[in-house]
Design a protein around this ligand. Sequence first.
Ligand code: FAD
Length: 337
Amino acid sequence: MTDGNPLPTAIIGAGLAGLSTALALTASGLPVTLFDKGRGPGGRLSARRAGDWRFDHGGQFVTVRDVGFRRVMDGLLSDGHAALWNGPIVRLNPDGSREPHPVERFVGTPGMNGIIQGLIARLPDDARPRFGIRIASIAGMKGQWRLVMEDGTSEGPFAKLVLAMPSVQAADLLRPVAPALAARAQTVVMAPCWALMLGFDQPVSLPWQAAFVAGAGDDDRPLSWIAHDGAKPDRGNRASFVAHAAPAWSIRHLEETADQVAACLLPAFRAATGITVEPAFLSAHRWRYALPTVPLADGFLWDRGLGIGACGDWCLDARAEAAFVSGARLAAAMGGG
Ligand SMILES: Cc1cc2nc3c(=O)[nH]c(=O)nc-3n(C[C@H](O)[C@H](O)[C@H](O)COP(=O)(O)OP(=O)(O)OC[C@H]3O[C@@H](n4cnc5c(N)ncnc54)[C@H](O)[C@@H]3O)c2cc1C
């Protein structure tokens, strides 16, 4: 069924939310065209290489509560795109003590973007995302939408549009064509996160594989999370680490350069881990829109009259699973899934 309209739905953003929508729509026989500005698959579940080191500099692991997402993760586990990460993972207290933090956690393999690659592999060939294409604006009209690329060229027409990207970017694209949806998206607050990546030439041993770094009362801690990325399943146990700056610290240092931030965060990493060896690789990445601190409760946005919707973690909860669930719920409202 194509609703009497043979035109495809364009999905902008091929992260978890966009792929979830695409999987549900194509499973119902509805054609989709997926665009993503990234160089490769991942979105906020990206992985980065530097020499022999690999880093999951965005999402660290996924947790599962939803039955549909559990089914998807089980499939990814059985075809080797994901693995259970048993840790040990701890909470580091301000007084230096630590306590176990055991929760069922999954990671993509061999990097977090393995999850994204596994989902792309489940799409029909003609629905697979095209990367390196940034949509600059939306043109056209209801039932005949066109997408304008950065270089001024356009593609379309599309029957429907799905915006599957952080709320701020979705609001910018929606404003001229769907102001009411843009206004909803604009109410969401997304916090930034600076991610520190460290690679060591020699093996480094710690009593834990990852740690939530707890803050004291007024929470001025620089770091909130440290992971020995190389110790995650299927990473070859390389001495690669990722540390995330706490939200308040990230906001205070948002406009600094990556080099300045890396230099500032290194002492905090050393204090928390006791690793004093000089890193052979040190870099920082800024996630300007990392996680929603004030998400919507709606699950998704959908204007049936216009045929425009939006989905993502920011429509539900600050977790990767929420992005997948949001995409699936939007697809169901659109008549797929
Ligand atoms: C530092 C960090 C740590 C995190 N840790 C965890 C964690 O441990 N556990 C957890 O569950 N979640 C975690 N998350 C959250 C998780 O990564 C997200 O909830 C999830 O990946 C969001 O998926 P999404 O599809 O909604 O958005 P995204 O993954 O952001 O996908 C949006 C896509 O849209 C594309 N795009 C944007 N604008 C355009 C445009 N104009 N044209 C074309 N393409 C465009 C982007 O390239 C991107 O691929 C973390 C996130 C960050 C940043």
